[in-house]
Design a protein around this ligand. Structure first.
Ligand SMILES: NC(=O)c1ccc[n+]([C@@H]2O[C@H](COP(=O)([O-])OP(=O)(O)OC[C@H]3O[C@@H](n4cnc5c(N)ncnc54)[C@H](OP(=O)(O)O)[C@@H]3O)[C@@H](O)[C@H]2O)c1
Length: 330
């Protein structure tokens, strides 16, 4: 912690998610009643307008300045993509600095390796924001996996496709619905990853890792996106008393893990039929506690920043516990 007892944060990225985190940190959002100081915000382009405007005095394009400052207590990675995010995250972990990431592509691809590096350097890697936005599904999975046996996990876990399918139910064509999702910031300029089910498969890899302790390569998951879903399919589903949803699911089967992502006709009374627009829903089936459903806001600036603030809280709590243990044993 800083000399004034503040937790010092180095933030990588100030786009949709990073700006939400910066907003909270710059507006005095305390974590476990500890003040938090935003030291640096790494971006590519210093001249871009930013919100909040007060973030400008923290901006830098020099990654070494952020990663090598010994005052930085925690790195929050909101850059996205595989590289250079992977390099930056690993460098921080190798310095023993805890890292919080919102990056599902990175965690799905390198999570196993990065967790091993974190263990080796006695630090932490946290990524609640990578799956389910504000819904604390990874936290819940960790808890259930330690207390029970998880039989299956799945959900409606991609906000863009859910938004598109909801808009198609309201009469828009696929193209119009994609443009609508882009205009509200849920779909990226190039929505391939969402429409082809890649984003859902990457998130499913992370869910599987926590549920079953196995890092399944995301590109080995049987996957079909929503490009082939037509307005006629949506109307036919409605006549059958169902709704078309992109469902990702995984279960243990005869010692293996069966995992799939694909458009599914979901009965209206099933929990996966309910989420609209950017909402997500998850179902976790356990051997002893039965099925648990959790749902809520799955994407966007505020929802994702909320998950990151929760991870910051955990990092601070574990640092406080470690230092109080060291005081007790001194
Ligand atoms: N958007 C969501 O609702 C959401 C929800 C959950 C998780 N996520 C995840 O959160 C991460 C960030 O998503 P986002 O939507 O916030 O992305 P974004 O809006 O594109 O923002 C990316 C930020 O990272 C900076 N950046 C990118 N590459 C960089 C580099 N090489 N060096 C320095 N800065 C770099 C960009 O700088 P400039 O501003 O200068 O270009 C920008 O500020 C992704 O992993 C995404 O999957 C997003």
């Amino acid at each position: 912690l800083d000399t004034d007892g503040a937790l010092v944060v180095g933030l990588l990225g100030c786009g949709v998610v990073g700006s939400g985190v910066a907003d909270r940190l710059l507006h005095g959002f305390p974590v476990c009643s500890t003040p938090v100081r935003l030291a640096y915000v790494l971006v590519r382009d210093l001249s871009r307008p930013r919100s909040p405007t007060s973030v400008h005095s923290h901006l830098t394009t020099l990654v070494d300045q952020v990663l090598n400052d010994p005052k930085v207590d925690v790195i929050v990675e909101c850059i996205g993509g595989l590289e250079p995010a992977a390099r930056y995250v690993e460098a921080a972990l190798r310095r023993g600095v805890p890292v919080i990431s919102a990056n599902k592509a990175l965690i799905a691809e390198r999570g196993e390796r990065l967790e091993a590096v974190a263990r080796q350097y006695r630090t932490t890697l946290k990524y609640e924001a990578a799956v389910g936005g504000a819904i604390p599904v990874l936290r819940m999975l960790r808890h259930l996996a330690s207390a029970d046996e998880i039989l299956a996990v799945g959900g409606v876990i991609n906000s863009t496709t859910n938004h598109v399918l909801s808009q198609m139910e309201d009469g828009l064509s696929m193209n119009e619905a994609v443009r609508a999702a882009q205009s509200v910031g849920y779909a990226e300029a190039d929505p391939i990853s969402d429409l082809d089910g890649i984003d859902a498969a990457q998130k499913l890899t992370i869910l599987v890792a926590l549920a079953f302790g196995t890092w399944l390569p995301w590109n080995s998951i049987a996957r079909c996106g929503i490009r082939q879903v037509s307005v006629d399919d949506i109307a036919a589903a409605r006549r059958l008393g169902t709704r078309v949803k992109l469902v990702a699911s995984a279960r243990r089967e005869a010692g293996n893990i069966a995992a799939t992502v694909g458009p599914t006709n979901v009965p209206l009374n099933h929990p996966f039929a309910a989420p609209r627009d950017a909402e997500n829903a998850f179902l976790i089936a356990t051997r002893h506690a039965g099925s648990i459903v959790i749902a809520g806001s799955g994407a966007g600036r505020e929802a994702t920043a909320a998950a990151i603030m929760g991870d910051l809280h955990d990092v601070l709590r574990s640092a406080t516990l470690t230092s109080s243990k060291e005081t007790i044993h001194a």
